[in-house]
Ligand binder design. Structure first.
Ligand code: 5AD
Ligand code: SF4
Length: 450
């Protein structure tokens, strides 16, 4: 960067986000920022003068993807002006100046806590100046971002960032920094702006969202449950969700909220990672199988129908057959409604990367397949149990066939319904059939008429 030919100042942009929902949120805010700066959103990367790759560093495969993407952009732009390329997100934070050294087509590197500076970095790059910013400033980027603009019925709202837990396999504490909670007032204002812009459902986001803490306008201290209770009163907001949570921050107050806050949806993403206490200890998870199951029991006591979701890692260093069986056991005990599972990926700089007894890739493959088969079976069972039940669906988009719409149930399942209801409307439907990945519903009124 710097010493070579600069590219012209871009007029259009395309943001491509990888990885977690926080990246999706950041990508949307980058788009708003670039639009406020006078650029227009291009339909695809091929048509854009500026391509922002908003990257994920969590596993090696995700982190390497950025380089193949850069190669593709360069190849596809042959015969025309190569677009300006910005690498944002956690790979930018972790690899910094290494990125343009390895991929000289990259013009800008910007970390997840610095992207409010994107317009200035674009100007720097166009002027041939160095354009790298991976600072983690004390003043949060949120202060300098434009107001939220019009979007669909569901919205993400980042309320917390960073992680202090230091699980031994994970890069997040290094790429996203320490746990920080956004202030109460800023969150309530952003939620109101999102509702004004058409949101009916808001998902509160954070790497450790349930570690959120802050003072309300009267100076009273609250945890996430207090924030949820405040948002519950906002006119126009029909649904609240939150993710991702850590078992250690699952407070009594938050559990109680699942019992009595009507807009809080019956869905909890609470990663356990492994069912073996020995592995949980080596992961530095600071909870055990039993303490995790005790939380689930307490949540189910106040909200028996709650859908439980989780994350699992198979093949953590030292994981034996017995440890893996314990993971299958905890999945059977919890009866997850859905879950994400991954093969352990060693990440440079994390304690687990240098632990003895790394598990062979073939064994990881086999374990992942067995775990996913079990999770799929349970997902199917959870879905099938809803057949015959009436439930509310938030219409999110059009279906494949004319007259079809796709919405979400309270338990976050996709439901296909035939209805003239507009996107953003809530309809009541009876679930008539269930597949592994979606349900079919019939509008309650149509059924009465039939
Ligand atoms: N290898 C595999 N999976 C990982 N995760 C985090 N770090 C790693 C890693 N090094 C998984 C965890 C986490 C999810 C977001 O990604 O399950 O909850
Ligand atoms: Fe990573 Fe553990 Fe923090 Fe989750 S809690 S972001 S897995 S270090």
């Amino acid at each position: 960067m710097g010493a070579r030919m600069s590219k012209p100042a871009p007029k259009s942009f395309h943001v491509k986000s990888f990885g977690c929902q926080m990246n999706v949120y950041d990508g949307a805010r980058m788009a708003e920022l670039l639009e406020a700066d006078g650029l227009t959103m291009a339909a695809s990367a091929d048509e854009a003068d500026l391509v922002v790759l908003n990257t994920c560093h969590i596993r090696e495969k995700a982190a390497e993807k950025v380089y193949s993407d850069i190669g593709r952009i360069v190849k596809q732009s042959r015969g025309r002006q190569q677009p300006m390329i910005a690498v944002a997100g956690c790979v930018a934070q972790a690899e910094g100046g290494e990125i343009p050294r390895r991929a000289p087509a990259v013009d800008i590197v910007v970390g997840p806590q610095a992207y409010h500076n994107l317009p200035a970095l674009v100007a720097d790059a166009a002027a041939g100046r160095k354009a790298l910013d991976t600072d983690m400033p004390a003043i949060s980027k949120f202060e300098s971002l434009p107001k939220r603009r019009k979007q669909g019925p569901t919205a993400f709202l980042t309320v917390q960032e960073g992680c202090d837990k230091f699980c031994t396999y994970c890069v997040v504490p290094y790429t996203r920094g320490a746990e920080v909670s956004r202030p109460w007032g800023a969150i309530v204002d952003e939620a109101k702006a999102l509702i004004d812009a058409g949101a009916r459902e808001i998902t509160l986001l954070g790497q450790n969202v349930n570690a959120w803490a802050g003072d309300d306008d009267a100076g009273r201290r609250h945890g996430l449950d207090g924030l949820i209770r405040a948002l519950d009163g906002l006119p126009g907001l029909a649904r609240i969700r939150y993710m991702t949570s850590h078992p250690n921050d699952m407070t009594e107050g938050l559990i109680a909220a699942h019992g009595d806050v009507e807009t809080l949806m019956p869905f909890l993403h609470l990663p356990v990672q492994s069912g073996s206490d020995r592995i949980l200890k080596a992961m530095n998870r600071s909870h055990t199988r039993d303490s995790y199951l005790a939380i689930i029991d307490r949540v189910r006591a106040v909200r028996p129908d709650i859908a439980l979701s989780g994350d699992f890692i198979v093949g953590f260093p030292g994981e034996t057959d017995a440890d893996f069986e314990a993971t299958l056991d905890i999945v059977r005990a919890v009866k997850h409604a859905q879950a994400f599972s991954f093969k352990y990926s060693p990440r440079a700089g994390t304690p687990a990367a240098t632990m003895a007894d790394q598990v062979a890739p073939e064994l990881m493959d086999e374990r992942l397949q067995r775990l996913q088969a079990l999770i799929n079976e349970q997902q199917q069972a959870f879905n099938a149990a809803l057949v015959g039940r009436r439930t509310e669906i938030l219409i999110e988009r059009n279906g494949k066939k004319a007259g079809q719409r796709i919405g979400k149930s309270p338990w976050l399942q996709s439901v296909v319904v035939e209805t003239a209801a507009a996107i953003g409307e809530l309809v009541t439907a009876e679930i008539v059939s269930a597949g592994p990945n979606s349900l079919n519903g019939v509008l309650a009124e149509q059924q009465v008429a039939a």
